[in-house]
Design a binder for this molecule. Structure first.
Ligand code: GDP
Ligand code: MN
Ligand code: MN
Length: 251
């Protein structure tokens, strides 16, 4: 597998055509996986906002006080969340697009001072739109993974994770195959899109590298089927960690 940066991309502005930017700055090959940082997808989709004019409600005021944060930011996070799993000192939310992450994915890095960037509204739809456009422009079949940087429960340090996919299945199913000693694997499913996101994130970095797009070449993971990142999210009623968090709910 080769992991390659796409260099010379500009600061992305609302309305920019990311597929075109990518195709103008790199030569794609059949089966390439185009990994794109959610920050630039969000910028292109105009998902930038400020805290001005946000009026915090009662819950936001209370969580803001307990967590020592601007209640307008808390309100912005709540507005984008389906469920609050931890309210303070961190805000661990299930976003409306089902992704569980801190602050519902709202970020203040790599945007102009005072501005915030929020996740794409429907990252699978964004991945599909960009993927189809890349295929049209390049004449190559590609897969797309949209990533964000997330922390992990229990572990220090952040890694890249997949939040939207096109033409690549999120999971590789090992069930029914055998281990070295002939034992049948019964539950192993490998989150390949998260592994690829993490590899790509190594080259993207988090700072001023200006490298929001990485090409992963040589993995045979392309599918023409319709795929969705929701395959990665455990059904609510089977998620024991969510259940435990709900039973401790501080809000
Ligand atoms: P996230 O992981 O999706 O939240 O994105 P990051 O803010 O961590 O940025 C990932 C990479 O993309 C870093 O190398 C940033 O410098 C770069 N980046 C972010 N926004 C832009 C942009 O508008 N243009 C370019 N060229 N790079 C950007
Ligand atoms: Mn982010
Ligand atoms: Mn990042």
């Amino acid at each position: 597998m080769e992991v390659l940066t796409v260099d010379s991309l500009p600061l992305v502005q609302p309305g920019d055509n990311i597929a075109q930017m990518i195709c103008e700055n790199t030569v794609l090959e059949e089966g390439d996986i185009v990994v794109i940082a959610s920050t630039i997808v969000a910028k292109a989709e105009g998902r930038i906002f400020t805290l001005e004019n946000i009026v915090p409600g009662e819950l936001a005021l209370s969580l803001g006080k307990k967590g020592g944060r601007d209640p307008r930011l808390v309100q912005a996070v709540l507005d984008r969340s389906y469920e609050c799993l931890v309210g303070y000192p961190i805000m661990l939310m299930q976003s409306k697009s089902a992704h569980v992450c801190i602050n519902a994915g709202i970020d203040d890095s790599n945007v102009e001072d005072g501005k915030l960037v929020e996740l794409p509204e429907d990252p699978d739809a964004s991945a599909c739109r960009i993927g189809e456009e890349i295929e049209k422009l390049s004449g190559k079949n590609v897969s797309v993974i949209i990533t964000d940087t997330n922390g992990r429960a229990f572990r220090i340090g952040q890694t890249g994770v997949a939040i939207g996919v096109y033409h690549i299945k999120p999971l590789r199913d090992w069930k029914g195959t055998h281990d070295l000693f002939g034992m049948e694997l019964k539950i192993s499913e490998e989150a390949v899109v998260d592994e690829i996101a993490a590899a790509a994130n190594l080259l993207m970095g988090e700072g001023d590298g200006g490298c929001p797009v990485v090409i992963v070449r040589g993995l045979n993971f392309h599918t023409d089927q319709k795929v969705t990142i929701t395959d990665l999210y455990r059904p609510d009623d089977e998620d024991v960690v969510k259940k435990a968090l709900r039973s401790f709910k501080q809000v």
